[in-house]
Design a protein around this ligand. Structure first.
Ligand SMILES: *Cc1c(COP(=O)(O)O)cnc(C)c1O
Length: 388
């Protein structure tokens, strides 16, 4: 059995797909589509710099290959969530500018300095601590300041930001590399919250006229080019997820997930399939058992007990999930597919060109972000290079 991570050109991927030694699921990442998605956002916002959000292992796709492909395409600035993610990224891309969104953990300023990471300072206390560290070390280190304009998650409250604007003593200690805020409802561009948050951000930004500014995630980068400010922070759109909740996906698909048929079996009318015997064959049926399950991030909630609308794509046809998804196994109904076009070892598309990540997310009762960041660790991962 082979598991692991490799780069392979598209032609080789096709050959690898036939390789029976690749048991289990195969996760293909199209790095050219990733780069094209990044470029599409950059092109739509020519006056600003386009960064990339690569937190949570690049939304589950693999931070190393993703960040390297984007850097090669010209991306210079990256956002991660945690200091450890930042350190890992800097070891791959020493010259990248890296912001750490979850902020400065108490007493960890030295770690940031050592790895040349920039904290996103999320509270007055974090600002004080960073300024203090800079004073003690006689260094004017860069950091971002996050102002909360309505999300109520992280960031200085507007009144705290106003107070900070009057604290010349603090502000001269460090370099304010970025003033940022984050939108709660950008995936619904018509939501009134967006205008409210933008108005608040404009007000605060006027108090820090020299600081570069950033407000836009993926959706905002595409919905309002005039909100680009100095830096864009797209995440999900790079990875092919639909940044919008209420309109078609403008991005290219990046991820394709294949399951492998372990066996095709006959099920007599009235027999049941899987744990809990939740699906009963309404007629004599043929079932394909795929070698992946919820341990691989295939949400158990995808399989409705009645064999709902969720499906995979095999031999040019859709095949609905039947019964419960198990840890390592999943059953689909292939009664309508000619048996001669099904074989042990054949791949079934679980997600990809025919089954979008957003569709899969809808069936699971979640969002593309959660599907991607839940992708399992035991897939064979194939990265199709950018070809550059
Ligand atoms: C995750 C994140 C982003 C990226 O959001 P997408 O919706 O994936 O584009 C941008 N900014 C902040 C602060 C984030 O936490």
């Amino acid at each position: 059995m082979f598991m692991g991570e490799r780069e392979a050109p598209a032609t080789r991927v096709a050959a690898l797909m036939e390789d029976p030694s690749l048991a289990g699921g195969i996760l293909c990442m199209d790095l050219l589509a990733l780069v094209e998605n990044w470029r599409a956002i950059a092109r739509a916002n020519p006056a600003a710099e386009t960064a990339a959000v690569v937190k949570a292992d690049a939304y589950g796709l693999g931070m190393g290959p993703v960040a390297k492909a984007l850097a090669k395409a010209g991306c210079r600035t990256f956002f991660v969530a945690l200091p450890g993610e930042g350190a890992a990224l800097k070891s791959l891309l020493p010259t990248a500018r890296v912001f750490v969104l979850s902020g400065l953990p108490r007493g960890e300023a030295g770690f940031f300095q050592h790895h040349e990471l920039m904290p996103v300072l999320n509270s007055a206390e974090e600002v004080e601590e960073w300024a203090d560290f800079c004073r003690q070390n006689e260094l004017r280190l860069p950091a971002a300041v996050h102002v909360d304009t309505g999300m109520n998650r992280l960031g200085l409250r507007p009144e705290e930001a106003r107070r900070l604007a009057g604290r010349a003593d603090l502000l001269r200690r460090f370099r304010l590399e970025l003033l940022m805020s984050h939108l709660a409802c950008a995936d619904e561009p018509g939501h009134e919250m967006n205008m409210r948050q933008r108005g608040m951000f404009e007000e605060i930004r006027a108090l820090f006229p020299d600081a570069p500014a950033s407000l836009a995630n993926s959706a905002a980068s595409l919905a309002w080019p005039e909100w680009e400010y100095d830096l864009l922070r797209p995440g999900i759109a790079l990875y092919g997820g639909n940044p919008f909740a209420d309109r078609p996906n403008p991005m290219r698909a990046v991820v394709t997930l294949y399951g492998t048929i372990l066996q095709v079996r006959e099920v007599k009318r009235g027999e049941t399939v899987g744990y809990g015997a939740t699906w009963r064959a309404p007629r004599d049926s043929r079932i394909a058992i795929l070698g992946l399950g919820y341990a691989d991030g295939l949400f158990r909630s995808i399989s409705g007990s009645a064999g709902g609308p969720a499906h995979v794509y095999i031999a040019g046809q859709f095949a609905p999930y039947v019964g419960r998804i198990s840890m390592d196994l999943t059953a689909v109904d292939v009664s309508h597919i000619p048996p001669e076009s099904l074989a042990r070892g054949q791949r079934a598309e679980v997600m990809g060109p025919h089954v979008s990540v957003d569709e899969l997310a809808r069936w699971a009762g979640t969002i593309a972000y959660e599907i991607l960041t839940s992708l399992g660790s035991r897939f064979t991962r194939l990265y199709t290079p950018t070809g550059e």
